[in-house]
Every structure is written in structure tokens, then in C-alpha cells.
Design a protein around this ligand. Structure first.
Ligand SMILES: C[S@@+](CC[C@H](N)C(=O)[O-])C[C@H]1O[C@@H](n2cnc3c(N)ncnc32)[C@H](O)[C@@H]1O
Length: 247
């Protein structure tokens, strides 16, 4: 959806199918990526110098460590993904960066992630952490209790830490998003989409105080220029985006 070389025929096929059904989805992916950059810069501006990015995916443009270390080269980043290909590509990209590393783990293994050698080396849990779950929590079905999982991370982080998250919703695109979820199911992917409402996504920020403008469409979260929004208004609303601070 973002272009680049780190993708496979099977990914391109399903992306094409969904793009046909929801024209402009590529712009939606770009808008999410732009939000990620703004959220990291926002947290860095608040003094955060360490980031834990859960469900980081295959590296693409403007990765978290690139954005954060452009603000301050001392920023440290731990990426987490369960997908071996995402992990392999990330390891290659980070080979020369001693302030960033990736952990291969399922996000449900909270203790394993927080106690991993990478997290122990790079993160100081007495200092605020910028926790990212971008395009991530919709892969966590309700029966896994995503709010409870987020709370376990929140409880391990000190006051002044942040959660930045984006999440698909059908609130503005209606049944097409549910159809996209079905397509992903039919593709046999192990990752299955759970589409949530505004209230459902808001509940995932429990225990964090949302910063202005709250939980809004991705393109509405403090856009700083035309590159941060899509010409297609619906694509700015396809994903909910928010940043919350642990009081
Ligand atoms: C759509 S990508 C998001 C990439 C990136 N965060 C972004 O916003 O561009 C979602 C990633 O979450 C990962 N993922 C899904 N379920 C996961 C889980 N239970 N634990 C760890 N990673 C998971 C997938 O492997 C995939 O790489």
C-alpha cells in the first residue's frame, strides 16, 4: 500500500482486492504512516526518548527510530512483531543501529517482551516510554481482551508515558470495512481483522488521558500539512488515531 520493496505477491494480491473495493485505501495507508511520524515527534517533543513499538511490521518509510533519532540521536527504540519476515527485515535494517532492536514475540507475551534482552538493554522503565500500537490492536480479537493487554503494558510504564495507536473502524465507511475483514479471512491469513467502533477503540485507551484533539480520524490528528491528509475525506476517517498520556 505504501510502495517499497518489502512485500510479496500474496500481500499485493489482497491489497489490490481491497483497494478495488475501497478506492483510495493507499492514501489511507499513507495517512496512517504520516500519523505515526507526527505521534513520535509529539512524544519526543514532550521529552520521551524511548519507544516500544508493538506490531511494528515490515520496515517501510519513516520508521519509528528514523523519526525519533532525527529529533535526538540518543532516542532508543524496541520494535516487536511476531511475524518472522517482519523481524528478519527489521534485523537487517537495524544491524548498524545500537540504539534500536527488534523482539520477535506475540504481544500477549507482555512479561517476555518487557524482560527481553533487547528491552532490558534499551529501555529504562523508570523513565517515560512512548508505546506505539499502530494498525495493531484490530488484529487482537475481543476474546483476547485487548484492553486488558494494553493495561498490562500501561501498568509496567511510569507516569508520563504515552500510548499512540491507530485502529480501523467501519463508523465512516460502513459495510465495506466488514467486507474487507471477510476478504482477509478468506485469504487464510493468520491475522484477522476486528473492526471496532469509536467507543470500542476509546476503551483501549483506558487509564491514559487523551491529548487534544482526542480520538479522531487519522488525518484529523494534528495534521501539519497537505501530505498528512488525503484528498478523499473518507480516507482521513478510515482509521481512528489517538495519543494518550499516563497520568
Ligand atoms: C498492519 S501491520 C502495522 C505496521 C506498523 N505498525 C504501521 O502502522 O505501519 C500489523 C503488524 O502487527 C503484527 N501483529 C499482528 N498480531 C500480532 C501479535 N499478536 N503480536 C505481535 N505482532 C502482531 C503483524 O505481524 C504485522 O506486522
Amino acid at each position: 500500500m505504501l510502495g517499497g520493496a518489502h512485500n510479496f505477491a500474496v500481500d499485493r494480491e489482497i491489497a489490490l482486492q481491497i483497494d478495488r473495493m475501497m478506492p483510495g485505501l493507499r492514501a489511507g495507508a499513507r495517512v496512517n504512516r504520516a500519523f505515526l511520524g507526527r505521534a513520535v515527534r509529539f512524544m519526543a517533543d514532550q521529552g520521551v526518548r524511548q519507544f516500544l513499538d508493538i506490531g511494528s511490521g515490515i520496515p517501510t518509510v519513516s520508521n519509528v527510530h528514523e523519526v525519533a533519532q532525527a529529533v535526538d540521536p540518543e532516542c532508543r527504540v524496541v520494535y516487536v512483531d511476531r511475524d518472522p519476515i517482519a523481524v528478519a527485515h527489521s534485523e537487517l535494517m537495524l544491524a548498524d543501529n545500537d540504539r534500536a532492536a527488534i523482539v520477535r514475540a506475540d504481544m500477549r507475551d507482555v512479561e517476555g517482551i518487557l524482560n527481553s534482552p533487547q528491552a532490558r538493554r534499551l529501555l529504562d522503565f523508570d523513565q517515560p516510554v512512548g508505546l506505539l500500537m499502530m494498525l495493531m490492536l484490530h488484529w487482537i480479537p475481543d476474546e483476547w481482551e485487548p484492553a486488558g493487554l494494553v493495561a498490562r503494558y500501561r501498568d509496567a510504564l511510569p507516569a508520563g508515558s504515552y500510548l499512540a495507536a491507530s485502529h480501523v473502524s467501519a463508523d465512516h465507511v460502513g459495510s465495506r470495512m466488514h467486507r474487507a475483514a471477510e476478504m482477509i479471512k478468506e485469504s487464510g491469513s493468520r491475522d484477522q481483522l476486528t473492526v471496532r467502533t469509536h467507543a470500542g477503540v476509546l476503551a483501549l485507551f483506558d487509564g491514559f488521558d487523551l491529548v487534544e484533539p482526542g480520538l479522531v480520524g487519522c488525518g484529523e490528528w494534528r495534521p501539519s500539512g497537505p501530505a498528512d491528509v488525503s484528498d478523499e475525506p473518507m480516507m482521513n476517517m478510515l482509521l481512528y488515531a489517538g495519543v494518550g498520556r499516563k497520568p
